[in-house]
Write a protein that binds this ligand. Sequence first.
Ligand code: MAN
Length: 343
Amino acid sequence: MRHPENPILTPGDFLPSQQAMKIECLLNPGVFRFDGKTWMLIRVAERPEQRAGEISFPLLDDDGRIAVMRVDAASPDLDLTDPRVISYRGDDYLTTMSHLRLASSTDGVHFAEEAGYTGLFASDRYEAYGIEDCRVTQIGDTYYLTYTAVSANGVAVRMRATADWRTFDDYGVVLPPHNKDCTLFDSRIGDLYYMLHRPSSPEIGGNYIWIAQSPDLRHWGNHRCVARTRPGMWDSARIGAGCAPIRTDKGWLAIYHGADERNRYCLGALLLDADDPSKVLARSDRPIMEPTAPYECTGFFGNTVFTNGHVVDGDRIVLYYGAADSVICRADFTVSGILATLG
Ligand code: MAN
């Protein structure tokens, strides 16, 4: 059920990271409980104020400073067909650069920044085009962050860990390009840690959900393909995991996003075997959530609901999602309700 106060956060709720920038959209928050509150790690996408006759976009330069690239809007070498990407002279850039901002809430609806918690910004050449869509998995007292690091080197998965949300241990790039939508499971299965991730194989294969395992959270191996796109269905073009799968008495419930050829992003669910989560026991024939509300249908990238964060309390799932790649919303589900749709 969508929250009646949706959207619960919009770009105007935050100040840009620096004066020269404008916040274009808020997207896809990671979500966790900390210090008795619900927190989001929000993807904030910024770009310079656009001037007539010119397309400008930010990136990190070799000295780690934000630089602005400017291109003549009339240039025949420019391709702007996807609002998320700028193709110029054969190279692809992003129209916006994202960082990850922290906000907390005592009621799960009204979120605000807290002094002392600055979040994460692009830090080096593997993040030169920004950092995005962070999943947060708590294991013991440590929170593991798996996010998309974008640069001229490609789209990769980077991992950091924190216990206090002020200092972060860097695990580096854990999955090289092209890979995104990575989430850790919140407990070991047997002796091993597990993650879901989404490599892309452009010629043969596609954008499928894979699983990997690790003895120590640093070394990942035994990669296996868990789920593929399904021709003719709502998840025909690409799929990717949301946040940490939920342990249920039927197995692991993993909420995922799927897009079709028209780039319509919906949410569905996978039920994975409790002991061997590479095995799919059931999968949504129809989405558990589709973009239907006006704030989901129209925006920076319309017809999109995308999640990588929720909190679970017993049967209740409070899910946070990006709508139309523009604003942040909340929808409540139950574990039993989703399991019932899986038959
Ligand atoms: C896609 C979209 C964008 C994102 C880039 C890089 O184009 O998901 O929002 O910025 O990939 O990850």
